[in-house]
Design a protein around this ligand. Structure first.
Ligand SMILES: Nc1ncnc2c1ncn2[C@@H]1O[C@H](COP(=O)(O)OP(=O)(O)OP(=O)(O)O)[C@@H](O)[C@H]1O
Length: 572
């Protein structure tokens, strides 16, 4: 769950979301704020020293004062470098802590979402939110309060110093502040729209890369490389246009702020200069005042920058909120029921109905699978066999009806325990980048090499079942292995998981019959006495079965092994 509150205004939401992580690093925050106050105070000293240098040292003809002031400048310089280095390192640590904390929350939430979410959402869209948008929110959540605090502090100190030098000139300069604010408010919609366009184009480009890299072999085989390059160029064009609009918006808003700050300096030049010429002010005071006016522009521009950062963070927060609004379709119950041990693996479907949107896939389907039986599940392509398996592993819950494992409703069991007991090996098993050992340990982190080698050997991977075989890299997308080898590694994983129910989802389809039969024979040897459900289009490849079940028109028809059609619980 992403801890984003619905009931707060957007900038406060960004701060509230990051707050728990900032609080964990309270000491570092205090240190950074103290150091930045120190640096701001130190930055305000040179104009004062300059004024003394001009009025007391140079005009007053005091060589000792000149020397003292040079020493003070040197100390300020060195201290400034040290303070900046320390505070930047502390800031980096704090930012990383908050950024990683926020991103981990989004990733944790993503791990709870159903396959339907991943089927309809482009990978690059998710990536760009996990990466760019989370970073934008983190930047705002840390930079905005610190920047504003620092700006207010610098502005107050500068104001006090300026007032002590010349109240009239101070009033002139600060009379421009309402104009600064008005200009920012006017630029807001422009900033927001252009930021949104950049985030969208960046997501589209990430999606393009994710999808085309995954399909590279297909692109090469279909001679589509030139078309893909043209596609990339089109993305670049759109991205650049969005970037240019966003830059123009930032430059426009920032430029107006700078012009207004410059006008303040011009006013001091004109009014202060005339007063100095008339002998009403000393030259040193005018020089120092000009320097403070320039410095006061810094905090004002920081405030403007925070405002622009807010516009960007608002867009990003909205995009993250779209992910947060996706609800998991299944959750583990707060008080799960415990399966009786050992788990026997009896499965019962009781009038199960399920569909995707309006498309009904299962319509009151019922079935009893006795613990330890081997069932073959057949049916036309697209009839809903894989969907039924997704329901058994509880990626979704039935819209109506119940599914029971050893007499207990699946939604009352702990989700992790259910998925330990019901394991699926499909026709294109996922292998993670890394070695064979890494892949086996993915499901059994505590298994030692002896157990891994035994599983490989039982799965029929005799050529891998030696110490060196475990180190064999499987390649970033498992392309270093044949399909038969990948299936057997997936089977070895299932052996290590030791489930009560094993499901083979068209695992051997497309393999030569002898290879398919060898894999099924290995399954039957290792999982004899466990519940097995084998989805297939080719009954000849699955060996002996206790029952053949056909999924048709949303219902399940049970056939005896001798092919007589006999309904078990309900025939649709
Ligand atoms: N995530 C999804 N969103 C919407 N519809 C889906 C989704 N997954 C599957 N479907 C649809 O549900 C129906 C059943 O699909 P399913 O994959 O369960 O069929 P299947 O019997 O396993 O097919 P095959 O034998 O071709 O693998 C199909 O019409 C399919 O288009």
């Amino acid at each position: 769950m992403i801890a984003l509150r619905e009931d707060r205004r957007l900038p406060l939401q960004a701060l509230a979301w990051a707050w728990p992580m900032v609080r964990e690093r309270g000491g570092a925050v205090g240190g950074i704020v103290a150091l930045s106050f120190l640096a701001s105070a130190a930055a305000l000293l040179p104009p004062y020293l300059t004024q003394r240098l001009v009025d007391d040292g140079i005009v007053g003809g005091r060589g000792d004062v000149v020397l003292q002031l040079c020493g003070a400048f040197l100390v300020l310089l060195v201290a400034g470098v040290v303070v900046e280095a320390v505070s930047r390192l502390a800031y980096l640590k704090l930012s990383a802590h908050v950024l990683f904390g926020l991103r981990e929350q989004v990733y944790r939430h993503l791990q709870t979402l159903a396959p339907t979410y991943y089927a309809r959402t482009r990978g690059g869209e998710i990536l760009s939110r996990l990466d760019g948008d989370v970073a934008e929110v983190q930047r705002f959540a840390i930079d905005a309060p610190m920047g504003l605090l620092n700006a207010v502090f610098s502005l107050v100190v500068a104001l006090v110093l300026m007032l002590s030098l010349s109240p009239l000139l101070t009033a002139l300069v600060f009379a421009l502040v309402p104009l600064h604010v008005a200009a920012l408010l006017l630029s807001r919609p422009w900033l927001e729209r252009s930021t949104h366009a950049v985030r969208q184009q960046s997501a589209a480009m990430s999606s393009f890369f994710v999808e085309s890299l995954r399909a590279m072999k297909f692109i090469q085989a279909t001679n589509a490389a030139p078309r893909q390059e043209a596609g990339l160029r089109a993305h670049h064009g759109d991205y650049f246009a969005a970037l240019r609009r966003s830059q123009l918006a930032s430059l426009g808003a920032g430029g107006v702020q700078r012009i207004l700050s410059g006008l303040g300096v011009l006013l001091v030049f004109a009014v202060g200069g005339s007063m100095a010429a008339a002998g009403e002010l000393s030259v040193g005071v005018v020089v120092a005042f000009i320097a403070y006016t320039t410095r006061a522009a810094g905090p004002l521009q920081t405030a403007a920058g925070v405002f622009m950062g807010w516009q960007r963070a608002k867009v990003s927060l909205e995009r993250i909120r779209e992910i947060a609004a996706e609800r998991p379709t299944v959750t583990s119950p707060a008080h799960p029921l415990a399966l009786a041990q050992p788990v026997r693996g009896g499965i019962r479907l009781d009038a199960v109905t399920f569909g995707y949107g309006d498309a009904v896939v299962l319509d009151g389907a019922s079935l009893d699978i006795v613990a330890g039986a081997k069932f073959a599940l057949v049916g036309a392509s697209g009839v809903g066999k894989s969907t039924l398996i997704d329901l058994l592993q509880r990626h979704y819950d039935p819209a109506a009806g119940r599914i029971l494992l050893d007499g207990l409703r699946l939604d009352l069991l702990e989700l992790a325990e259910l998925r330990r007991q019901v394991v699926v090996v499909d026709q294109d098993p996922v292998l993670m980048p890394g070695s064979v050992r890494d892949n086996l340990r993915f499901v059994a982190p505590d298994a030692d090499d002896v157990a891994l080698l035994r599983a490989l050997s039982l799965a029929g991977l005799a050529n891998f079942a030696h110490a060196g075989g475990l180190d064999k890299p499987v390649g970033a997308s498992a392309s270093a292995l044949s399909r038969g080898e990948r299936l057997r590694i997936a089977l070895a994983r299932a052996i290590l998981q030791d489930p009560a129910v094993l499901i083979l989802d068209e695992t051997t389809s497309g393999l030569d019959l002898p290879v398919a039969q060898a894999i099924v024979a290995a399954v039957d040897r290792v999982f004899a006495g466990r519940t097995r459900i084998v989805i297939t289009h080719n009954l000849a490849s699955v060996g002996d079965v206790d029952r053949v079940v056909e999924l048709r028109d949303g219902g399940l028809l049970v056939q005896s092994p001798v092919r007589a059609v006999a309904p078990l619980l309900r025939v649709v």
